[in-house]
Structure formats: C-alpha cells, structure tokens
Design a protein around this ligand. Structure first.
Ligand SMILES: Cc1cc2nc3c(=O)[nH]c(=O)nc-3n(C[C@H](O)[C@H](O)[C@H](O)COP(=O)(O)OP(=O)(O)OC[C@H]3O[C@@H](n4cnc5c(N)ncnc54)[C@H](O)[C@@H]3O)c2cc1C
Length: 551
C-alpha cells in the first residue's frame, strides 16, 4: 500500500502533544486545510515516486546528475504549488505559516517518498542559516530563490578525512581581488550536490581561510552557487555518485571545488556556529524524516496483519488474521507507541524552538530527537519485516525498502553515537546543568497532567533518570554509557509525550487506540528505564581495555 496521511492524528498531536496553541498565530482550521491540500498532492504525486526512485537510482551522465525522470515533473508541481516557502517570511515570497506545520508536511513527504523529502528538505535549513547570519543583501538575493523553490540547497561539510570530526576539514577558501572568495577542495557524501530538478543549487560550504586557527575555530561558512549570475557554471562539480543501501533516488555526491566563486556568510571563523543553525534544523528534520518512515512501516504492517491469515486465535474461524495473535499485537503496538510518541516529542520540540522562550530545553531535546527517534524508526521498520514474515524479506511488499531508507537516519547529521556523547558530556554539564533542569521541568509538567497509573510509572522513570544523571556527573566523561543515557532520556521524554496524549485521549480521533498505545508504552517500554539507570550507576569504560582486545 502507498502512504496515507493521518491528518486527524497530526492535528490531535499538534494540539495536545506539542501544545501548538502556544504559538500566537496558530489557526487550526487553516492548518487542517493546508494539511488536507498537501495530503492530496503527496498521496497523488509523491507516493507513486517511491518504488520508481528505489528501482532507478540517480545517475551521473556527462558530468551532470540525472534523477529518475518522474522526480523532475513532481518537483515542478511541488515548486509551483509553493510548498517550499510555506514557513518563510512574506517579504521573501513565503506564506509565513508556522514552521511546525512545515515539519508535519516534511513527515508526510518522508512517509510517501523519503528520497524526495531528502532532496528538497535541505533548502529549509539553508534558509534558516541565511536569515540568521546573512547580510540584508544576501537575504534579499537568495531567500526568494530558495523560498520559491527555484533553487535548492546543499550542506557541504563532510570530507574524506573529516566526518564526525569537522575540525579536520581542509577545504580552503581564499580571498579574491574582486572581494569574493575562491573555494578549493573535495567534499564527499553531499546530498543533492547536483540534480536536474532546479536550474541552480546553493551550496553552503564549510571551509578554512588562510592562516586560520586549527580545528573548528578556523572554519568559515560560504555561499557557493552552482551557476553564476552570468549563467556560466561555477567551478564546482559532482565527480562521483555513491551507490548505497537505500535512498536510491537521492543523489549522494562527491564534489570537487576547483577555485569556485563564493561569498562569506556571517563572520570569518564563526563558520561552525553559523552552520549549527542549519545542522540543528536538519537534525530535527532527520527526526521528522525517520518518523515518516516509521509511520509507513506501521501502516503497511497493520494492513498486512489484518489480511494475512494463519493459525488459531480464540474462537475465531481458523485461520485467523495474524493481528489477533498476541505477539503480532505486541509488534504493532510497539510501532504505534514509538511512532506516535516520537512524533509528539519532535513536534513539541519544534514548537518550543519556534516560540524561542526556552533555548536550553531545545538544546537538550535536539540530540534526543535526532538519536532516539531515528533508533525507534529503525526498530519500527525491523518490526514491519517481522510482521510480514518471509514476505517482509521480499521486495514486493516494500517494507525492506523502509528499513534500507531509514538506516541512514542513525548515521547522517551526526551519528547517534556522537549525539549521545554530545548529550551526556556537553549538554548535560553546560551552564550548571541548565538544559537538564529545563528538561526535568518539562517532564514534571507532563507528570502533573498524567492520569494515575501513568503518573506513577513516569515518576519512577524520572527518578531513574535523575539517579543516572547524578552518577554521570560524577564521572569525567560518559564514554560507553552515553548511548544508554540517550535511550534512558528518550524513553522518559516519550513517556512524558504519551502522558500528555493520554490525558487528552477523549479528544483523540481514535480514543481506544490512543489509550492502548499509551498503556503499552507505560507498561512495556518505560520500565526499561530502571535497567538502563542501574547499568549507568557504576560501569567500567571500554576505553580502559588494552588495544589487543580490539585488534
Ligand atoms: C546517504 C548519505 C548522505 C549524506 N549527506 C550529507 C550531506 O548532505 N552533507 C554532508 O556534509 N555530509 C553528508 N553525509 C555524511 C554524514 O554526515 C557522515 O557520514 C557522518 O557524519 C559520519 O561521518 P563518517 O561517515 O566519516 O563516520 P566517522 O566519523 O568515521 O564515524 C565512524 C564511527 O565512529 C564513531 N565515532 C567517530 N568519532 C567518534 C567520537 N568522537 N566519539 C564516539 N564515537 C565516534 C561514529 O559514531 C561512527 O559509529 C551523508 C552520508 C550519507 C551516507
């Protein structure tokens, strides 16, 4: 089956999980109309691209990248309908709708065709980086081109020797006599580095200026268009396309910059800080992408489990639909509890970011959204294969593609290991644990709303989390414990998200289902917090093991 947009679920989650009514310009009726319109477009034009793109990877032909043909016409419809400028300021030609609404549409796009979503989504992060750091002239020049979808954008960070460690970036930016800059170097794994959906692409490039400090302090951020104002190609090209496990239709490019003309964005030496505006937006977008993939994994699983008949179940005529078996129900409920709980967490984080009144909480939740929700999406995709049995391993039922497409979400935008270390070693300790305190207050607020059994379970989970924090703060670094702390934090965060949804279950489009998924999360998933906390009390870090162990 193709993706179906769960609009009523989105609206319920936005209101009760994300607290969207805190946004001053939120209008539910407008949101419903926009979501209904986008659902028509996404289900009609984007979802059919998914199998086509999987079977027809992007190609490098005569030095230019060609995406699957139907992607070009679908993008033209996306651009012409103005979907790319939904949350952009009116002065740049956008529609000024809330960013959180654009996040929901991004989830829908990802559920329908993750490759398409991947290609178009980087423009949103680029626009945030430009408006946050650009001069008025740069905003006036580039924002309307990106908002209208005439151009798309890339994020050029990774180099062969510089992956997680961006301090190793060696691409050089040199000042030119005309007041601009020339960029020379090689970037790898650049999503959408070239494509034939737009006439131009704006590359946001991290590079080192002559004589700059070593490490990340010496990095600056540059805007480097693929085509110049006079129509000539800039000296930047895709020299290789990667073949990969999933996201086949999204071109992953090795880029050569051979003295490409560029302009500085923001201040010299502040490149990483400026790029973080884009990276943090993209981290939330990867979480959104993963949730879209988890949603389609659940949709296909529920449809299959209702149809497929095997074995006996109670006094039903046999063979019974497999959805009647307890173990299959366990898997279906796990998918629902993870997907809908993670969605509520992500959308609440988006609203908090948009309100701008609790940056410490956003700092804390951004790595949690990136790492925990992408782990959950991969789990939901794994379960989809299991629910389909042997058919899940075949291409025909299109659940193996979900797993292949989802797997990268745990790696790009900072691997989940790096996110975990960031949370446990940096964010937790920052400013006298200000962000951790903001997180604790957020959970306590959800606890105050939670119905009886959920309040009890969530307060136990919170106590485990606090004990783990105390233990971690006594250590010099979390090391091998970081990933466990990330999971513990994610479970508590999603536990709080479910508490909010459960408290409002009467208003849910499917109240029984909301109550069942909330109870499942509370009784089957949240108790893992105790084991995780205990394991974090006192552990030996593998860093102390001798080298021979790993030889
Ligand atoms: C399909 C795809 C699309 C991509 N799109 C883009 C893009 O558009 N733009 C872009 O710039 N990049 C992009 N990337 C690159 C991606 O962001 C990197 O692959 C990722 O950041 C990891 O870097 P790496 O592959 O060099 O792995 P490495 O950094 O070599 O990491 C390997 C392993 O070591 C671990 N590790 C590394 N350092 C540490 C540490 N300090 N502490 C603990 N563990 C550590 C990692 O967690 C990981 O498990 C893309 C990659 C892919 C595959």
């Amino acid at each position: 089956m193709d993706y179906r947009s769960p609009i009523d679920d989105f609206l319920f989650t936005l209101r009760h999980g994300a607290g969207v009514e805190r946004l001053p310009h939120w209008e539910e009726e407008t949101a419903r109309q926009v979501l209904a319109e986008s659902a028509r477009f996404i289900e009609g034009e984007i979802a059919p691209l998914d199998p086509v793109g999987d079977a027809t990877p992007a190609q490098l032909v005569d030095g230019r990248v060609r995406v699957a043909p139907r992607f070009v016409s679908a993008y033209a419809s996306y651009r012409d309908a103005g979907w790319g400028g939904l949350a952009v300021a009116a002065e740049y030609g956008g529609q000024e709708l809330p960013h959180v609404l654009a996040a929901v549409i991004s989830e829908m796009l990802a559920g329908a065709c993750a490759s398409f979503q991947m290609i178009v989504s980087l423009a949103h992060g680029a626009m945030r980086a430009i408006t946050a750091n650009g001069s008025p002239q740069q905003c006036a020049r580039y924002m309307p081109l990106l908002a209208s979808g005439e151009w798309l954008a890339t994020m050029c960070l990774t180099e062969p020797q510089a992956g997680s460690d961006l301090g190793l970036i060696s691409t050089l930016a040199e000042p030119a006599a005309d007041g601009g800059w020339r960029i020379t170097g090689s970037k790898i794994f650049i999503s959408g580095g070239d494509q034939n959906m737009t006439d131009n692409i704006l590359h946001l490039v991290l590079a080192r200026t002559p004589g700059a400090a070593r490490g990340v302090k010496g990095l600056s951020l540059f805007l480097c268009p693929a085509a110049l104002a006079d129509g000539q190609r800039n000296a930047v090209s895709c020299v290789r396309l990667e073949e990969k496990l999933g996201l086949h239709a999204s071109p992953t490019c090795q880029m050569a910059f051979d003295g490409a003309r560029a302009e500085l964005l923001g201040a010299e030496g502040q490149g990483l800080a400026h790029m973080f505006v884009m990276m943090n937006a993209q981290r939330l977008d990867v979480a959104v992408q993963a949730t879209g993939l988890a949603e389609i994994a659940g949709q296909r699983s529920r449809a299959y489990a209702a149809e497929r008949r095997q074995g006996r179940a109670g006094d039903l005529p046999s063979p019974a639909p497999i959805q009647r078996h307890a173990d299959v129900r366990r898997m279906l409920l796990t998918q629902m509890a993870l997907t809908e709980g993670c969605r509520a967490l992500i959308l609440r984080t988006c609203v908090t970011l948009e309100l701008g009144d609790n940056p410490a909480l956003v700092d804390f939740l951004t790595p949690v959204c990136k790492a925990f929700t992408t782990d959950c999406a991969v789990e939901a995709a794994q379960l989809a294969i299991q629910i389909h049995g042997g058919y899940g391993y075949l291409r025909e039922y299109r659940v193996e593609q979900i797993l292949r497409d989802a797997r990268i979400t745990q790696i790009y935008e900072g691997t989940n290991g790096i996110q975990a270390a960031t949370l446990a070693d940096r964010v937790l300790r920052l400013n006298n644990a200000e962000a951790a305190k903001a997180f604790r207050a957020e959970i306590a607020a959800a606890l105050a709303l939670a119905p009886g059994a959920t309040a009890d379970a969530l307060s136990v989970a919170l106590a485990h989390w606090e004990a783990a924090v105390t233990a971690l703060l006594k250590r010099h670094a979390a090391g091998a414990g970081a990933t466990r702390f990330m999971r513990l934090t994610g479970l508590v965060a999603v536990g709080a998200a479910w508490a909010r949804l459960e408290a409002a279950a009467d208003a849910a489009p499917r109240p029984q289902r909301t109550l069942a998924a909330a109870a499942f999360f509370r009784d089957w998933l949240l108790p893992e917090c105790g084991i995780l906390a205990e394991s974090l009390m006192n552990y030996t870090d593998f860093a102390a093991e001798p080298e021979e162990v790993f030889a």
